[in-house]
Design a protein around this ligand. Sequence first.
Ligand code: G
Ligand code: G
Ligand code: MN
Ligand code: NA
Length: 262
Amino acid sequence: HGLTTALPAALERGEFFIEYQPLVHLGDGSVRGAEALVRWLHPQHGVLGPDRFIPLAEHTGLIVPLGRWVLEQSVRQARDWRERHGGATTAGPLRINVNLSPCQLTHPGLVQDTVDILERTGVAPDALCLEVTESALIGADDDLLKPLRRLAELGVDIALDDFGTGYSNLANLRRLPVSVLKLDRSFTQSMQQFPADAVDLKIVEGIVALAHSLDLTVTVEGVETGAQAEQLRILGCDTAQGWYYARPGPPERLHELALVDA
Ligand code: G
Ligand code: G
Ligand code: MN
Ligand code: NA
């Protein structure tokens, strides 16, 4: 496959870039941080989304150096936002969410690489949230959870991404070193109609109650309308992400959005 063989050179040539999508507090609408989403500016094909090349990078192992690059860029960006804002935002310093592939979880360098990046950049661990999909942690044994536990002990937040799409036992959550649940976009989509589907309302209500009883924060994804945001706020969700607030964009965009509510 042409794209697969082009990946290593693309990383060396700096063809990857990152867009940031804001994470907004549902209670007061303030920007609290952003999720880093990688893109590839391919010389022939133009901008390619992660679904086009992340699976290829996972297959060849390039995801490890690529993921390290994404992490370092994102943490540097977080430092830049923090420096430029100082304590200017009412919501406190902006935080950064970075996605981890399952292969990065099993790579022995994960903890050290992360610690090195945080130390090099001087960014506090609690500014960073690593997103791991629910499916990556289903049936996870202790060996897989150990690096995540270590990172959580150091103060890095771990989020369970796409939550609700896997089949994990809710009681299993207690065992995982996660502090954030990211509710899958499908729940938000079922809030489209008003009144929203009664069963889905109950499910979200139940997930939020359980999450809060375990001291987890709930983030909702894919919010496209004000009505959805309002419904999810009433259901007790904490943070939201979606086109209603902003599409993924360049870092300056987040800077402007955060300043607006400062
Ligand atoms: O917005 P977008 O189409 O870019 O995101 C599609 C998917 O790609 C998301 O599910 C996200 O988790 C994944 N993704 C985006 N950036 C990264 C990254 O840096 N590393 C990994 N492993 N996945 C990413
Ligand atoms: O890591 P994750 O799969 O959650 O990445 C978020 C994905 O969802 C990205 O592909 C991003 O572009 C996409 N996305 C972000 N906001 C919205 C939204 O409001 N609606 C839809 N349909 N997709 C969104
Ligand atoms: Mn994600
Ligand atoms: Na997600």
